[in-house]
Structures are given as C-alpha cells and as structure tokens.
Design a protein around this ligand. Structure first.
Ligand SMILES: [Mg+2]
Length: 457
C-alpha cells in the first residue's frame, strides 16, 4: 500500500507536457521586496513551454548583477545548467556581487526539475537526510544583556530549534567606559553612520554621508586600530556565562558579529570563551586573510567559521586546504548557486571540515539551500532570518508544509524543482521595495547587452 502511494504521488509530479530538449529561455523578470528582514530581488526565468523557474538575488544586493545576464541567456536551453553557469560565472563576484549568477543558477535548477518532474536534491545525487536543521540568529528586545539573550534563545528552544546563534562583540560593550581603546570618536561615528544607513529609505543620505559610509564600512578589521581591554573581555566573558546559565551547555550555540577588531584581539576573546563550548566563531576577520585564519584556528579551540561572502569553490579552497577553518558557511546566493555549494561542501568534507549554510532571504533561496543541504554529507545547519516575519511563508504557493520551518526543521520537499508551484503576487505586492515598485515588469532593455565576454586572450 505504502509503495503504491509513493509511486502514485511521484507520478503525479511528472510533467508530461514538457519536452526538455526543446526548452528555451524566453524572458527574465524581477520583483523587489523588503522586510524578510531586508531587501531581496525575486527572479522569474520564463520558458517557451510555460515552465517558470524561480530565483533570487542575494539579500541587500543590486538586481543589476542578474539583469546583465539576460542577454547572455535568452534562447538557451535552461536545462544545460553547468554549461550556462560556466558562461555567466565571469560576471559574479564576492559578497553581493555573487547574487546575480547564483540567483539565476537556482532558477535554472528549478526549471530543469519541473521539466523532468524531479526534486533538485535528486539531480544532485540524492539526499543524506530527510529534514534540514535550521538555526536562527537572535536579537534581544530592549537592553542587551547576557540574561536577556539567554531568555530570547530559550524561546527559540521552546519553538523547537536545536541549534542557536547570537551576536557577541564590541557593540555590546562599547557603551561602558574603559572597554575599548582606539581612535577617539571612531566608534561613535561608525554607529551614527550605520544608523543613518539603516534609515535611508525614510531619509535619503547626502553624497557626503554615502561617501563616509563606504569609507567606514570598508575599513577592514586589521586597520581600525580598535582593541578590547581586559575590562571589555571580562564583560564579554560574563555575557556568554549568563547566556549559558539560561540555556544550559547541551545546545549548540554559535557566535557572530564581533566588530572590526584585529586578529590578536580575536585570539584573546576566543581564549576567554573556550570554556563555554561554542559551536563556532563566525567571520572574526575578513575571509581573504588565509594566514590569519590559520593562526586563529591554531590559537583557539572553538571551531572557526567563515564563508558567507565567498564566491566559488576555488576561493574557499585556500581556507579549507590550509586548515584555517573548521566550518565553511557559504550562502547559496553568493557561492555560485546550488551545485557550487554542494561542490564546496564536498571539498570541505575531504579535509574534515563541516558545512553550515548562511541564508537571509525568501523561501526561494531557503529551498535552494535545503536541496543543497540535503545532498551534502557534511552539512550541519541552515540559517533562518525570518522567524519573526509572519508573511514569509505566504510568498510562495506550494503543497509543502506551512509554515515551512516546523519545530526547528524543514522537511526536504519531493515536489519537482525547488518545490514551489507559484509565487504569491498578492503578498509580494504588499511588500514591494518603496524605491523599486515594479512587479514582474518587462526587461527588454537588457536583451541586447554584449561585450567580448572572455577573461583571457
Ligand atoms: Mg554572519
């Protein structure tokens, strides 16, 4: 009985109207939403057989990175995923620049899955698990103390989450005298610039404010001159102790957002908090500094993690091969998409490194990450930033469980492609970006861009 049911439910997904060998990409369009919790550009890739693939540009990025790919893809068979990925790969980059290539790549997988009636994880070689463990970054309402954070994390555990993450860094101690040394006024200006940037939709920034934001945001950790004092380290240690007092020592707890402090301060802090048995320390310094990562990993016993801003497997390789990380943390929408994320995970596996996945976007990116996670052996946990966004699940139309995240897990879908049947335009329309109001508007202006697309001669 059970087998017959499985057979019939599988057959129900097979798209007998599709002729994959004759599929062609006909159009690519966008809708920009805000509040999940930030800005994301959703993508539709249209075909000549009525199949539409869903993709998404990385959170807080320009859809320009995806628009410029349209002229390079129109008329192509979307099922030739790796071939097309290799063509457009040269137009991606680290951080938000990876969002165009990666966002289109996941839409191609979605189309191929829908054309052949197969879930994406199956096309990647099948799954290692039926459920994906989710974890939430957690903020505190009101005064940010270790006890308040512990109680907020406890609420996550009551909701079923079995993996936790919180911030731990100079932001939590900067208000206390004598906790940080550095250039006078630097931290205050940083705070003010960040506050204005966050409020930019209500009050647009002046050219001078934009310039200063760029300057400060791009000043990497080794160059800020900020150092945490012994008093600062005491307070941070006490913060984690209070958190662990509330949540106990059994549940994995990762930490992130230390602030822009150099490697020596990271080592000092890392040593102080070793006793709290943390799951990982994330992005302590920019990922480009491979040798500093090696030094950090060799100096502390808490697992070291980075990767959400790295584009392509070849750029993860130095960190993995040098022993600089215990955990890689790609974002599918920066790393290069679904297949590249699996390849990163497989490379990490060969070196005894685990893979967690960063994700701060809509159910489209989330399900792309779920398929990659299902098909990668050394996967640990997938990030979820939208636990407090009640309409997040309404963005999609599907037969998947609603909400998607139940008891801290997502069940790996068996529906074709990502598992999404349609997008819910009503919900999308209610949350459009105030400065980018269009909903799937024509994009013919991107049909004809061409350059000598080659990176060698
Ligand atoms: Mg992070």
């Amino acid at each position: 009985m059970h087998n017959t049911e499985t057979y019939e439910s599988t057959l129900a997904y097979v798209n007998t109207h599709s002729k994959p060998s004759e599929l062609r990409i006909t159009d690519i369009r966008f809708a920009d939403i805000c509040g999940i919790p930030t800005h994301c550009s959703l993508i539709k890739v249209y075909t000549n057989q009525g199949i539409v693939g869903f993709g998404e540009v990385r959170d807080n990025a320009e859809k320009l990175y995806a628009q410029m790919l349209k002229s390079r893809l129109i008329g192509e068979n979307p099922c030739y995923i790796d071939k097309l990925f290799r063509r457009i790969k040269q137009f991606g980059g680290h951080g938000r620049q990876g969002g165009g290539v990666s966002g289109i790549e996941i839409a191609l997988w979605d189309i191929a899955g829908k054309a052949y009636g197969i879930p994406i994880y199956q096309m990647l070689g099948g799954k290692f698990r039926d459920r994906i463990r989710m974890y939430c970054d957690t903020d505190v309402d009101g005064k940010d103390t270790g006890t308040a954070m512990g109680l907020a994390l406890k609420k996550r555990m009551e909701q079923g989450y079995t993996f936790l993450k919180m911030d731990l860094g100079i932001e939590q101690i900067a208000h206390e005298q004598g906790t940080i040394s550095g250039p006078p006024g630097f931290l205050q200006e940083m705070k003010e610039v960040t506050r204005k940037w966050r409020a930019r939709f209500e009050k647009p920034l002046t050219p001078d404010e934009i310039r200063r934001h760029y300057e400060l945001q791009n000043l990497a950790h080794p160059f800020t001159g900020l150092h945490v004092t012994e008093k600062g380290l005491d307070l941070l240690e006490e913060y984690v102790a209070k958190v662990r007092h509330e949540i106990g020592y059994e549940v994995p707890l990762a930490i992130d957002h230390f602030g822009h402090i150099g490697i020596e301060d990271c080592i000092k802090l890392g040593k102080r908090i070793e006793k709290f048995n943390l799951a990982w320390m994330e992005d302590m310094i920019p990922w480009q500094y491979t040798q500093q990562y090696v030094r950090l990993s060799q100096s502390v016993t808490t697992p070291v993690c980075t990767g959400e801003d790295i584009y392509l497997k070849e750029n993860f390789a130095p960190l993995i091969q040098s022993g600089g990380v215990s955990i890689v943390h790609p974002d599918v929408l920066t790393a290069g998409g679904i297949l590249e994320t699996k390849k990163i995970g497989d490379l990490a596996y060969e070196h005894g490194v685990a893979m967690a996945i960063h994700m701060a976007e809509s159910p489209i990116a989330c399900l792309a990450a779920v398929h990659a996670a299902a098909a990668t052996e050394n996967f640990l946990a997938l990030e979820f930033h939208s636990n407090e966004v009640p309409w997040w699940d309404d963005l999609i139309v599907s037969k998947l469980p609603k909400p998607l995240v139940q008891n801290g897990f997502i069940t790996v879908p068996d529906a074709p492609g990502l598992g999404i049947e349609d997008l819910n335009d009503e919900t999308i329309a209610q949350h459009l970006h105030p400065d980018i109001p269009g909903l799937w508007e024509p994009t013919e202006q991107w049909d004809r861009y061409w350059s000598n697309d080659r990176q060698w001669s």
